[in-house]
Design a protein around this ligand. Structure first.
Ligand SMILES: Cc1cc2nc3c(=O)[nH]c(=O)nc-3n(C[C@H](O)[C@H](O)[C@H](O)COP(=O)(O)OP(=O)(O)OC[C@H]3O[C@@H](n4cnc5c(N)ncnc54)[C@H](O)[C@@H]3O)c2cc1C
Length: 231
């Protein structure tokens, strides 16, 4: 038996669509979401198979891109840049499949207490930034910087809008990204919260920059590498 057997939930894949060459849009309906006290920024650990019959199956963390509580439907955007296990798994899925996951929860949650927001990330973290951005009160100021090495990888938010600012940077280098951000950053008044997500080296470079050179309080830096660099 899987060690987390008690907390395994399941849902039905009611829609799967390849948005572009590296992004799949999944829509999952689950009665288990009836108990969900959803906060934007929640993620779910999705099993790459059936943990009831494959007890040692891996899981991967994916952000809830949108939650629709009336029919208990969530959207997820899964990227295949890694060509890793999760990427290979998503390519095998078909509409009607059962998907297994742990109860959604999260750490990089919506926090609407700040005066302004920095939303910085790559394509893999784009659905997370979209979900936070869409749920911020309209009066909040937002500076956004989505970095990608190819224009074709950019996908729109769930409502087909492109609400953030996108930058094609090739090659994707943390110092180049940082310098570009520094040159564009507006002088917002008040206290800010920065979501720094995505490429590990870029997240660390930006976290150090805001902490050491801009004297940001670390509690206002919601920084998270979305994967581990290969050793
Ligand atoms: C809070 C959080 C939220 C996340 N939300 C999402 C999400 O909504 N959608 C999503 O697709 N992923 C998301 N991720 C990342 C996801 O959990 C996986 O780590 C990632 O998709 C790679 O898994 P994999 O099995 O495909 O590749 P792995 O087998 O884990 O990795 C294979 C190799 O690819 C490299 N690699 C992994 N990811 C990338 C990448 N994006 N670009 C380039 N190289 C990479 C690794 O360094 C490794 O060498 C999230 C991660 C975190 C921490």
């Amino acid at each position: 038996m899987h060690e987390d057997i008690i907390s395994i939930q399941q849902g039905k894949l009611i829609h799967i669509h390849q948005v572009n060459r590296h992004v799949y849009h999944l829509r999952i309906q689950s009665d288990d979401f009836k108990q969900l006290e959803y906060i934007p920024g929640f993620t779910m650990d999705i099993f790459l198979g059936d943990p009831n019959t494959q007890p040692n199956i891996d899981d991967r963390k994916y952000t809830i891109w949108n939650y629709e509580p009336i029919h208990q439907i969530i959207d997820v955007a899964i990227c295949t840049f890694s060509n890793g296990k999760g990427a290979n798994w998503v390519r095998t899925l078909e509409k009607g499949d059962t998907v297994y996951f742990k109860p959604p929860r999260g750490k990089l949650l919506l926090d609407d207490s700040a005066d302004y927001y920095l939303m910085i990330g790559d394509i893999t973290s784009l659905s997370h930034l979209y979900e936070i951005n869409r749920n911020l009160p309209l009066n909040k100021k937002v500076f956004s910087f989505i970095y990608t090495y190819n224009q074709r990888d950019i996908f729109p938010d769930i409502d087909d809008s492109f609400p953030l600012d996108y930058y094609v940077i090739n090659p994707l280098d943390p110092e180049t990204i940082k310098n570009k951000i520094v040159s564009l950053l507006p002088d917002f008044e008040g206290e800010g919260i920065a979501y720094l997500l995505g490429d590990p080296n870029t997240v660390i470079t930006l976290q150090n920059y805001f902490k050491n050179e801009r004297n940001w309080n670390p509690k206002n830096l919601k920084a998270k590498p979305f994967w581990k660099e290969a050793k």
